[in-house]
Design a protein around this ligand. Structure first.
Ligand code: FAD
Length: 305
């Protein structure tokens, strides 16, 4: 059996595997797609100490770093269940039927952004359609942008972006904003934020490989309108990859794994890190830090057994 089995090969999982392996303990990493969300990222300018890089380049560096150590890497393998096994070992079952056994498990399965599912969205992904204001806000300096979604993340994004871009149009599907009142008041007080409710985004419009605008349907009148924007920030939810953990690990109603300050979950010896957890601010540098924490937490747990 492994001492530490990491499930997930994004920045959190890679950091956890390296920290565990450096303790000289048997470490494995199983990932559906090594690299995770970073593989889908074009430019990265906020990974401290690296002025700029690109997603696939960072993933190659992550893999090279993990391979420096004796880590058993099982790529293209999906975990479908986690349970307590015999002799105090945890069991992780894979989609191919194999069962991996380990004294501790670190869950780092990340999350995925909910898509709008409208024409043009996939085509213009990373060409104007984006999901991360902290990452891509500065790319739209002085230009008009739209934010899709009027929940806390959408209104926070609008307030954040309003200080950088020319103007922000927020499109909310419902007839009220779900964000906290204090955020709504702040957004409404800002002159370059326009909020449109009952607006169903219907298409991302672009030309020459770049976003030019979008169309939306006014759900009260059925009229279709268009807005000229250079960027579209989709903020309609981040979905944690925890479907396979329901009924085994304590999750929030949104499906995030509840962890303590050491990354420990509700199941003894099972830790979690990165975007899949309740930790706020889903960023590469943040998830790597929590991967290190979870590995050290697992090591502390092992030496007390
Ligand atoms: P992920 O990167 O989501 O990795 C999860 C891993 O788990 C993957 O290997 C996945 O295949 C695997 N997995 C999932 N389910 C299973 C399963 N059942 N069995 C086995 N493996 C599984 N952050 C920044 O700091 N700067 C940026 O510029 C930036 N730009 C971004 C741009 C885009 C388009 C996106 C989508 C995100 C961006 N982010 C950025 C956010 C950043 O990518 C995430 O915060 C970070 O990748 C989270 O790391 P993670 O390891 O927790 O999860």
């Amino acid at each position: 059996p492994f001492d530490v089995l990491v499930v997930g090969g994004g920045p959190a999982g890679a950091a956890a595997a390296i920290y565990a392996a450096r303790k000289g303990i048997r470490t494995g990493i199983v990932a559906e797609r090594f690299g995770g969300q970073v593989l889908d990222t074009l430019g990265i300018e906020n990974f401290i100490s690296v002025k700029e890089t690109e997603g696939p380049k960072m993933v190659a560096a992550l893999e090279e770093h993990v391979r420096q150590y004796e880590v058993d890497i099982m790529n293209s393998q999906k975990a479908v269940a986690l349970r307590e096994g015999a002799y105090g070992l945890k069991e992780v079952e894979l989609a191919n039927g194999a069962v991996l056994k380990s004294k501790t498990v670190i869950l780092a399965t990340g999350a995925r952004w909910r898509d709008m599912n409208v024409p043009g969205e996939q085509e213009y992904r990373t060409k104007g359609v984006t999901y991360c204001p902290h990452c891509d806000g500065p790319l739209f300096k002085g230009k008009p942008v739209a934010v899709i979604g009027g929940g806390n993340s959408g209104i926070e994004a609008a307030i954040d972006l309003a200080g950088l871009v020319d103007n922000v149009t927020v499109l909310e599907f419902a007839n009220t904003l779900r964000a906290d009142a204090v955020l709504v008041r702040k957004a409404e007080s800002m002159k370059n934020i326009r909020i449109i409710k009952e607006a169903q985004t219907t298409e991302v419009v672009g030309a020459d490989g770049k976003v030019k605008g979008l169309t939306y349907k006014d759900r009260a009148t059925d009229e279709v309108h268009s807005v000229d924007v250079a960027g579209i920030f989709v903020q309609i939810g981040l979905v944690p990859n925890t479907e396979f953990l329901k009924n085994t690990i304590e999750l929030t109603p949104r499906g995030e794994i509840i962890v303590d300050s050491h990354g420990q979950t509700s199941m003894k010896g099972v830790f979690a890190a990165g975007d899949v957890t309740t930790a706020p601010y889903k960023q590469i540098i943040v998830s790597m830090g929590s991967g290190a924490t979870a590995a050290l937490g697992a090591f502390d747990y092992l030496i007390r057994q």
